[in-house]
Design a binder for this molecule. Structure first.
Ligand SMILES: Cc1ncc(COP(=O)(O)O)c(C=O)c1O
Length: 439
């Protein structure tokens, strides 16, 4: 009664505890969490013991020291470790604070600071793609198009939206960003790129700071990897006009794609990459930005300081938690597991559901996978599918609108992956018999 309620009429279950791949909730008791905490952050399960122990150990020493005022060896150690995962080691890590939104804002500020240092102070606008979400604080919202935040339009800053038809799947009328009927993949890519360059020219490149996009479209559209060569071609255009590329990997980074950074699949060198959510498996909110190394010198030599300015940048409990996450990923060869079982999940769903008239496609990278439903009454179908998985089998899956997201924790037991796929396919097929109800 005294807690903040997001919805007037939504009934939510009370949480009791969480451990590894399970949640314990009031109505059902133990349930299998195939969502990594609903929005995909508990990458190594809930309350991961190793991560919790590292936090407890650090708490005995110090929880946080201001990282402008003191040198903190933990930060140096973590930065080195993150960069060791990158193909190009010429990188700098900026600690942005707690949330993904703070990482986006930090990247926006850093990008502008670089232009400012080069006397290009008018470069202040950001290009963002349609159907995108980059966070709920006001600047990230100003580069987002999420409907539910529309009421804030008047207090958002004005940026530039571009339509990018960046989808790799077959023709599908239900995806507005999809390939047009009769269009080849090459034509499709060319159309996106033309649209981007036209938008840049129309808005005057001298006023544009950076383009921002999720490496793999995730939060709204549902796990659509970029077309081959999309990002490398985008980068060529941006370079021509001295516009930075900020990639948002808050949802799809930190191992979720099967590589630590999702952009490594595309073999590109973006200017800034924002990481949050999976950094500490949800034990402590913690985010950072990866950038090209020389940007630090450009800013420092002109301005003498880099101004991000949050109290809890590089919080030591977050630092040790993220450090432990990276150790676990390496020690247990977790990323190759994510690749192997991610492929297995996609192949199984494709072969079992491909003939089903409610199945449109399955796509994604690693453990960021979506199944798209080809159903007229999407909300009804999604609700029934979600409720049946939970009520009949005690499995929590993030199913809404046009898609089911499959975002298990990276160390989910194979038997639980098998069980979830078996039940999901069964329920999907059973519901699809009731054609009339959903179409
Ligand atoms: C792609 C993407 N970017 C940014 C954010 C914002 O992260 P946070 O909610 O931690 O501020 C989210 C959160 O869902 C996200 O999915």
């Amino acid at each position: 009664m005294y807690t903040f309620k997001k919805f007037k009429n939504k009934k939510t279950e009370r949480i009791i505890s969480a451990k590894d791949e399970y949640l314990y909730i009031s109505k059902f008791g133990k349930i299998l969490d195939f969502t990594s905490g609903w929005t995909g952050y508990a990458s190594l399960g809930h309350n991961n013991k190793e991560i919790m122990n590292s936090i407890k150990k650090q708490m005995e020493k110090y929880c946080h020291v201001d990282y402008n005022e003191f040198e903190n060896p933990l930060i140096e150690k973590l930065s080195k470790k993150i960069v060791s995962f990158c193909k190009n080691k010429n990188k700098k890590i900026w600690y942005s604070g707690n949330s993904g939104s703070e990482a986006i804002e930090a990247a926006m500020k850093l990008s502008y600071s670089v232009h400012f240092s080069k006397n290009k102070k008018n470069k202040s606008k950001f290009i963002h793609r349609s159907q995108s979400f980059h966070g709920a604080s006001l600047h990230p919202l100003s580069v987002s198009t999420f409907d539910i935040f529309q009421m804030y339009n008047k207090i958002k800053t004005k940026n530039i939206q571009v339509n990018q038809n960046n989808i790799f799947t077959k023709y599908d009328s239900k995806v507005s960003m999809g390939i047009k009927k009769g269009e080849t993949e090459k034509e499709h890519l060319e159309r996106s790129l033309r649209n981007l360059e036209d938008t840049i020219i129309k808005n005057n490149p001298d006023n544009i700071c950076a383009m921002i996009g999720e490496t793999q479209l995730g939060s709204l559209v549902g796990d659509v990897p970029p077309q081959k060569k999309y990002w490398s071609e985008v980068l060529k255009i941006l370079k021509k006009y001295d516009i930075h590329l900020i990639l948002d990997e808050i949802y799809c980074g930190m191992g979720r794609s099967g590589k630590l950074f999702n952009f490594e699949w595309d073999d590109i060198d973006p200017d800034f990459v924002c990481v949050g959510k999976n950094t500490t498996s949800g034990c402590i909110p913690f985010s950072f930005v990866l950038s090209k190394k020389n940007y630090e010198n450009i800013i420092l030599s002109k301005l003498g300081r880099v101004t991000l300015g949050h109290t809890f940048q590089g919080h030591s409990l977050g630092v040790v938690a993220a450090d432990t996450v990276l150790d676990i990923l390496k020690k247990n060869k977790i990323l190759s597991r994510v690749n192997k079982y991610g492929e297995f999940i996609q192949n199984t769903l494709h072969s079992e559901l491909n003939e089903n008239h409610f199945f449109s496609n399955v796509r994604g990278r690693g453990f960021a996978i979506s199944v798209q439903h080809d159903v007229k009454n999407q909300n009804l179908f999604s609700n029934d599918l979600k409720n049946k998985m939970l009520e009949d089998y005690r499995i929590l899956m993030n199913i809404k609108f046009h898609r089911t997201s499959l975002t298990p924790c990276f160390n989910m037991k194979k038997e639980n992956i098998d069980k979830t796929l078996e039940k999901f396919i069964k329920v999907f097929k059973t519901l699809s018999h009731n054609h009339k109800k959903y179409n």
